[in-house]
Design a protein around this ligand. Structure first.
Ligand code: ADE
Length: 338
C-alpha cells in the first residue's frame, strides 16, 4: 500500500530550537503516531537556497541524509515542501548542542573529550566509507541525545554549510575549524574532517578553538602559519593527538593515509578504548543531559525557545517546486542496520 505523502499538517510545532538566516528548527510532535513521537523539524527558506545557487546541492544533501544510518548521525524521518519552504524532519536530540554544554563547563576533561571524539570519529569514518566528506564539523553541529551520546547533524543544509565556496573572501561562517587546505581552495580530500576533529578536540580540552582571535584576517593567517600553543594542563598523549590531527599538510596528517580513521584509532590517546563497545553504544556517556520530560527544552538557548512558534508561509518566496525532495522514512519500530 502506498504511504500517504507527509505534510506540514501532520506535525504540531511545540517550540523553536534554533534560528538562522536559512530558516528555523522547531520541536514538533507527529500528530498521528500513537507513540507521541517528537522530532526536530528544520525549515529552510527556498528563497535562501535559490539566492545561493544551492538547489542541486540541497537536493544532494537531502539524499545523503536519506541514505545514512549510523548510531552517531541524526536520521531523517520525513522531508516535504510548501510553496516557500523546505522541511526536514530529523531525530530530536533533547541534550541540545555540545557547544551549549562546553560553554557552561568551560572545558571538558580528557576522558569526556575522548568519549565524544570516539563517537564522532566513527560517524566521520562511516561517512567517508560512503564517499561523503562532512567538511563542517564544529561544536554547533554536534548534538547530544537523551542519554548523552553524540549525534552529528547538518549536511550542508545549515546556515554556514549552505555556502559551498570556501575561499577566504567569500566563505560564510567562521573558519575556526577549517583545514588550511580549505582556506586556500586548493582542492581537498577527506583529511579535512580529521583536521576539524582535531580542532574540536582542542576546543573541548581548552575551551577555545586553535589559533583563536576575534580578528578574522589574523585568524586566517594563524591557521596557515602560526605556532599553536598548548596549555600546561594538556597531557603529553593528548597533545600528541592534537598535533598530529592539526598537521597542516593533509598527506602528513593523522588519518590522511589510505586507512583513514583506522590510523587515528590506533593513536595511544585511544589505547583504552573498546571501539566495538563505542559503536554499539555500550559505553556509558560521561555526562547525561538533564531532561525533565519529553518536551523539555532547557538544553537549548532561551533566546530561541522563548520565541513565538510560527510556521508561516508569509513573506516573499519563489513558489518553486523542488523535484524529488519529499521523503517518508521507515516507520517507528523498524530496525535500521548499518
Ligand atoms: N535534530 C536535528 N537538529 C536538531 C537541533 N537543532 N536540536 C535538536 N535536535 C535536532
Amino acid at each position: 500500500m502506498a504511504k500517504p505523502t507527509p505534510g506540514l499538517d501532520d506535525f504540531e510545532s511545540l517550540r523553536v530550537l534554533g534560528k538562522g538566516s536559512y530558516g528555523k528548527v522547531f520541536l514538533v510532535r507527529h500528530k498521528d503516531s500513537g507513540s507521541e513521537k517528537l522530532y526536530a523539524m528544520k525549515m529552510l527558506r527556498k528563497e535562501h537556497v535559490l539566492n545561493r545557487n544551492q538547489v542541486e546541492h540541497t537536493k544532494t544533501e537531502r539524499n545523503v541524509l536519506e541514505h545514512v544510518s549510523h548510531p552517531f548521525i541524526v536520521s531523517l524521518h520525513y522531508a516535504f515542501q510548501t510553496p516557500k519552504k523546505l522541511y526536514l524532519v530529523l531525530d530530536y536530540c533533547p541534550g541540545g548542542e555540545l557547544f551549549f554544554h562546553l560553554s557552561r563547563a568551560g572545558r571538558f576533561s580528557e576522558g569526556r573529550t575522548r568519549f565524544y571524539i570516539c563517537e564522532l570519529l566513527l560517524a566521520l569514518e562511516y561517512l567517508h566509507s560512503l564517499n561523503i566528506i562532512f567538511r563542517d564539523l564544529k561544536p554547533e553541529n554536534v548534538l547530544l541525545d537523551a542519554e548523552g551520546h553524540a549525534k552529528l547533524t547538518d549536511f550542508g543544509l545549515s546556515k554556514e554549510g549552505i555556502c559551498d565556496n570556501f575561499s577566504a573572501r567569500t566563505m560564510c561562517g567562521t573558519p575556526e575549524y577549517l583545514a588550511p587546505e580549505l582556506l586556500d581552495s586548493k582542492g581537498h580530500g577527506r583529511a579535512v574532517d580529521w583536521y576539524s576533529l582535531g580542532a574540536l578536540a582542542y576546543e573541548m580540552l581548552t575551551g577555545l578553538p586553535p589559533y583563536y582571535t576575534q580578528d578574522r584576517n589574523l585568524l586566517f593567517e594563524r591557521i596557515r602559519r602560526a605556532a599553536l600553543s598548548y596549555p600546561q594542563y594538556i597531557s603529553p598523549v593528548a597533545k600528541s593527538l592534537l598535533q598530529s590531527l592539526l598537521e597542516r599538510q593533509p598527506e602528513k596528517r593523522l588519518g590522511g593515509g589510505p586507512h583513514d580513521g583506522v590510523e587515528i584509532r590506533s593513536h595511544s590517546f585511544f589505547s583504552s578504548v573498546d571501539w566495538e563497545a563505542i559503536y554499539q553504544r555500550l559505553v556509558t556517556p560521561p555526562f547525561k543531559p538533564k531532561v525533565a520530560g519529553a518536551a523539555d527544552v532547557s538544553n537549548f538557548e532561551k533566546e530561541f525557545v522563548d520565541m513565538p512558534v510560527v510556521v508561516s508561509e508569509a513573506g516573499a518566496g519563489p513558489g518553486v517546486h523542488f523535484d524529488g525532495f519529499t521523503y517518508q522514512g521507515e516507520q517507528p519500530g523498524t530496525v535500521m542496520g548499518l
